[in-house]
Design a protein around this ligand. Structure first.
Ligand SMILES: NC(=O)C1=CN([C@@H]2O[C@H](COP(=O)(O)OP(=O)(O)OC[C@H]3O[C@@H](n4cnc5c(N)ncnc54)[C@H](OP(=O)(O)O)[C@@H]3O)[C@@H](O)[C@H]2O)C=CC1
Ligand SMILES: O=C(O)C1=N[C@H](C(=O)O)C[C@H](O)C1
Length: 268
C-alpha cells in the first residue's frame, strides 16, 4: 500500500549544488521526478542567480542557485549535501532548525562536526556516509570478513586514488574501510604514509595511502598481504552518478523517519 507521503514527490534541496557531485544530484533528481526546491551554492559563487537545471545540464528548472542557505532549505523534506567540510556545521544547524532531514556525503569532517551530526540528529534524521555507492558498502563488509578470516598473519594496507582536485586526504571512504577492518582486527593502528628509516613494519600498523592525480573519480583497494599470498579487494567508481543515485535513494528513505543517525545499511 502506498502511504500519502510516498504518493507526493520527494522535495529536496541540494547543498553544494554547483559542484561536481551537486550537479550530478540535480541531474539525477530531475530525471527521477524528484522535486528540487533549493540549490545552495557558496557565498560569492559564480553560479549564484543561475538556473540550477541549466547549470547541471538538466534543462530549465525554474530554481535559482542561491547562497541563501535558510531560503534554500524552505519547503524541502531533505537536503542532500556534497560541499566542503567547513560548510557542514552551519548546514546542520539550519537544517535542524528548519526541520529538514540531511543526507551528507561531504568528507574530511573533524570530530567537532561529527558531534554536531549527533546534535542535529536529536531533531531531524541525519545520514552521513563517506561513500553512497552500493559497491563500497559491500566492499567494507568483504574487507572486514577477509581480515577476520585471514587473521593476524596478514598485513592490511588501504590505498585510495582520486582526481587532482580533491581537497581532503585520506578519503572518507578509506577511513571508513579502515574502521571496518579494525572491528574485525582490533588493535590495528592507522599509519598515514611512510618515509625515511621507518624500520620493519609493525604487525599492528595499517597503512592508509592516498594517490592524487588526473580525473580519477575514486578507487579504493584493501590489500591483505600474507606469507606466500595476497588478496586485493578493489572498488572503482567509473562515474559520479553512482554516488548521487545512492544519496537520492537515502534521501527518499529518510523522509518521514524519526530523528536520529542513519547509515547506508539502513537505506540500501
Ligand atoms: N559520499 C560520497 O559518496 C561522495 C562524497 N564526495 C565528497 O563530496 C564533497 C564534494 O565533492 P565534489 O562535488 O567533488 O567537490 P566540488 O568542489 O566539485 O563541489 C563542492 C561544492 O561545494 C560548494 N561549497 C563550498 N562551500 C559551500 C557553502 N558554504 N555552501 C554551499 N556550497 C558550498 C563549492 O562551491 P565553490 O566552488 O563556489 O566554493 C563547490 O561547488 C567532497 O567532500 C567529497 O569528498 C564526493 C563524491 C562521492
Ligand atoms: O572527493 C571525491 O571525489 C570522493 N570522495 C569520497 C571520499 O572521500 O571517500 C568518495 C569518493 O571516493 C569520491
Amino acid at each position: 500500500m502506498t502511504t500519502p507521503e510516498e504518493a507526493t514527490p520527494l522535495k529536496i534541496a541540494v547543498h553544494g549544488a554547483g559542484g561536481r557531485m551537486g550537479q550530478s544530484v540535480l541531474r539525477l533528481a530531475v530525471a527521477a521526478g524528484i522535486q528540487v526546491v533549493g540549490a545552495i551554492v557558496s557565498r560569492g559563487s559564480a553560479h549564484h542567480g543561475r538556473d540550477a537545471g541549466e547549470v547541471a545540464a538538466a534543462g530549465h528548472l525554474g530554481v535559482e542557485m542561491s547562497d541563501d542557505l535558510s531560503a534554500g532549505l524552505l519547503g524541502a523534506d531533505v537536503v542532500v549535501d556534497f560541499s566542503r567540510a567547513d560548510a557542514v556545521p552551519r548546514l546542520l544547524q539550519l537544517a535542524a532548525r528548519a526541520n529538514v532531514a540531511v543526507v551528507s556525503g561531504t568528507t574530511g569532517l573533524d570530530e567537532a562536526t561529527d558531534r554536531l551530526l549527533d546534535e542535529a540528529a536529536r531533531h531531524v534524521p541525519i545520514l552521513w556516509a563517506p561513500n553512497t555507492s552500493l559497491g563500497v558498502h559491500v566492499l567494507s563488509q568483504l574487507a572486514a570478513d577477509a581480515a577476520r578470516l585471514l587473521g593476524p598473519d596478514f598485513d592490511v594496507e588501504i590505498v585510495e586514488t582520486h582526481h587532482r582536485a580533491k581537497v581532503d586526504a585520506p578519503s572518507g571512504t578509506a577511513v571508513r574501510l579502515a574502521q571496518a577492518v579494525r572491528v574485525a582486527r582490533e588493535g590495528l593502528r592507522p599509519v598515514h604514509g611512510r618515509q625515511g628509516l621507518v624500520g620493519p613494519r609493525d604487525p599492528e600498523e595499517m597503512g592508509i595511502l592516498a594517490i592524487r592525480g588526473g580525473d580519477v573519480i575514486g578507487d579504493h583497494t584493501v590489500h591483505l598481504l600474507g606469507p606466500g599470498e595476497r588478496l586485493e579487494l578493489t572498488h572503482r567508481a567509473t562515474n559520479r552518478d553512482l554516488f548521487a543515485r545512492g544519496a537520492l535513494r537515502a534521501a527518499g528513505a529518510l523522509r518521514g523517519r524519526s530523528p536520529g543517525r542513519y547509515t547506508m545499511s539502513d537505506v540500501i
